[in-house]
Design a protein around this ligand. Structure first.
Ligand code: NAP
Length: 522
């Protein structure tokens, strides 16, 4: 069994306490163990501040972009090994594993590309400058500077690779060193990624450190120039953002949390249309990819009353074809959920939703996975709950079952009704609306946009190219209002802003141009 070490202070440190055991959720076979007891967290923060930060700030934005490119390349060279670890420790099918591992490399490569365009400067201009005097001799310009601290990146169990890649890309491009802390249960992939990067010799010392397990007293060392970027449950997010030490030091906090994402079908979409085909394909993918353990997965489906029977029937038919089991078996299309706790939460959640409606397919009964030892593994049936009155219960709008589970409900077909129901989720990452009437789609934007970080408009024109509402792209915002955390990640260069300080410069435009480069004030 592998013993994971934490990479802090420039060395690999092994914890001394009772280890946590990481298992293969397909079989419950132990894979690795880890402890962080006795790991020098204060030293890790100091190392980042005193060694990693200065090294990164000495680099130009273009040089930091080259670092991201080298990281992406080094990880790509170990892709097969990382995919294998992702399958074994995450319960992922190969395709699920690619979504995570390739997503990490893709995010690093995308930010390498963006950063390359920023060239030789160490300071980024923020928008256009402004003349402060009639004759233009007194000039103002906002600039963005790296925070002089450390970014602690705490990730959820479902995306140990992508969560690290997308956060680290933004922080490192900004010039801020990172300490990444994956969820303990699926830490294997992040641990190996950091080991690969360390062995490749491409990281400036102190720029990337790893906590392979519990964060101990790490957060108590954070100060004014530091960033805490968290992804996980709303409860943990609330605890972290309201800690006295985080509040009293005004540590910058970004939260990416729970979300009850919605999919809405326009009334009257014909069953044989491309739009309906896309809608069904997306519902199926979002419910079953990574066994529904995606923060962006569809949890609530809204269709017109007269479409309920047809859509529920078609979706149940598709879900019946899913082979659930051990992801080592190539016939398996959906793996288990990642931990015993997730299995228990899924079963309890399905029962809570079922109490508000009827189980169209699936349910909370135990399931033996194909190719898994009898009674072993954390398997959940793909489950659709039918709720005939969307306003009869709050639970379908507020209880995120983090697995292959969704509810289907009627709405009156209008954007206003859809917006009112979607808002009952208290803020989500994404909503998708499927229909070919641009007025109907346009009507969705105001109401849904206020409560969702991203809107995905499915129609016949994009049926061949749209990739599903669950995919987060480096160039587009990832994050949502309200219970989704109110955070913002990615979105191109705006994702880098989290790790920067904005400063207003005032001075002679010629001097500013000389310092910043470019011809903004000419
Ligand atoms: P979680 O239990 O909140 O854990 C998330 C992370 O926080 C883990 O690394 C965990 O470490 C750490 N953590 C827990 N308690 C902590 C504490 N007291 N101090 C410091 N760190 C602490 O969530 P999860 O079960 O891993 O993830 C599932 C949730 O994440 C779902 O609700 C899902 O919606 C959400 N999610 C959101 C997004 C998004 O982008 N919005 C993406 C993915 C997942 P340990 O594992 O060591 O306890």
């Amino acid at each position: 069994m592998i013993t994971l070490k934490s990479f802090v202070g420039g060395e690999w440190q092994e914890g001394s306490g009772e280890p946590a055991v990481l298992v293969n959720p397909s079989t419950e076979e132990p894979l690795a163990q880890t402890s962080t007891e006795g790991v020098d967290f204060a030293g890790a923060v100091r190392h980042a501040r005193e060694v990693g930060g200065p090294a990164l700030r000495a680099m130009t934005l273009g040089e930091r972009a080259s670092l991201l490119k080298a990281m992406s390349k080094a990880l790509l060279e170990h892709r097969d090994e990382l995919l294998d670890m992702s399958m074994r420790n995450g319960g992922n099918t190969k395709s699920d594993a690619k979504f995570d591992v390739d997503g990490a490399g893709g995010a690093l490569a995308a930010y390498a590309h963006l950063g390359k365009g920023l060239g030789d400067s160490k300071i980024m201009r923020d928008g256009d400058g402004v003349s402060l005097a009639r004759d233009g001799s007194w000039w103002g310009q906002h600039v963005l500077l790296p925070k002089e601290g450390v970014a602690v990146l705490i990730n959820a169990f479902n995306f140990p690779a992508w969560g690290f890649g997308e956060k680290a890309a933004c922080a490192l491009l900004a010039g801020v060193p990172v300490i990444v802390k994956p969820a303990t249960s699926t830490a294997l992939v992040t641990w190996r990624m950091v080991e690969v990067l360390d062995q490749a010799g491409i990281l400036p010392p102190g720029s990337v450190q790893l906590v392979a397990g519990s964060p101990g007293d790490l957060l108590s060392h954070l100060r004014e120039q530091d960033v805490l970027a968290f992804t996980g449950s709303a409860d943990t997010g609330l605890y972290l953002r309201s800690r006295d030490d985080i509040l009293s030091r005004n540590v910058t906090v970004n939260i990416e949390a729970d979300s009850l994402n919605s999919a809405i079908l326009a009334p009257g979409v014909p069953a044989d249309s491309d739009t309906y085909g896309l809608f069904l394909k997306d519902l199926f993918r979002e419910m079953t990819q990574k066994a529904g353990q995606k923060c962006t997965a569809i949890r609530r489906i809204f269709v017109a009353e007269e479409d309920m029977e047809r859509v529920a029937g078609d979706l149940v038919g598709r879900l019946a074809d899913v082979t659930v089991g051990n992801t080592a078996d190539p016939e398996v299309r959906m793996g288990p959920v990642s931990t015993a706790r997730q299995l228990a939460d899924n079963r309890a959640g399905i029962e809570a939703l079922a109490a508000a409606g009827t189980v169209a397919t699936g349910g909370s009964d135990p399931l033996d996975g194909v190719g898994a030892p009898e009674g072993r593994g954390y398997y959940v049936r793909p489950t659709l709950i039918r709720v005939d009155d969307a306003r009869s219960s709050d639970v379908v709008h507020t209880h995120e079952v983090f697995g292959p589970v969704a509810s289907i409900m009627p709405y009156d077909g209008t954007p206003d009704d859809a917006a009112e129901l979607v808002a009952r989720g208290q803020g989500s990452l994404v909503a998708s609306a499927y229909g070919d009437d641009p007025d109907w789609a346009g009507g969705m934007i105001a109401g849904l946009g206020a409560w969702n970080g991203r809107l995905y408009l499915g129609s016949s024109g994009v049926a061949g190219s749209a990739m599903g509402s669950g995919a987060a792209f480096p160039y587009l915002l990832h994050g949502g209002p309200g219970r989704a955390g109110n955070g913002e990640e990615l979105g191109g260069l705006s994702g880098v802003r989290l790790y920067q300080r904005r400063c207003a410069l005032q001075g002679d435009p010629a001097v500013l141009d000389r310092i910043l480069g470019g011809t903004e004030s000419e």
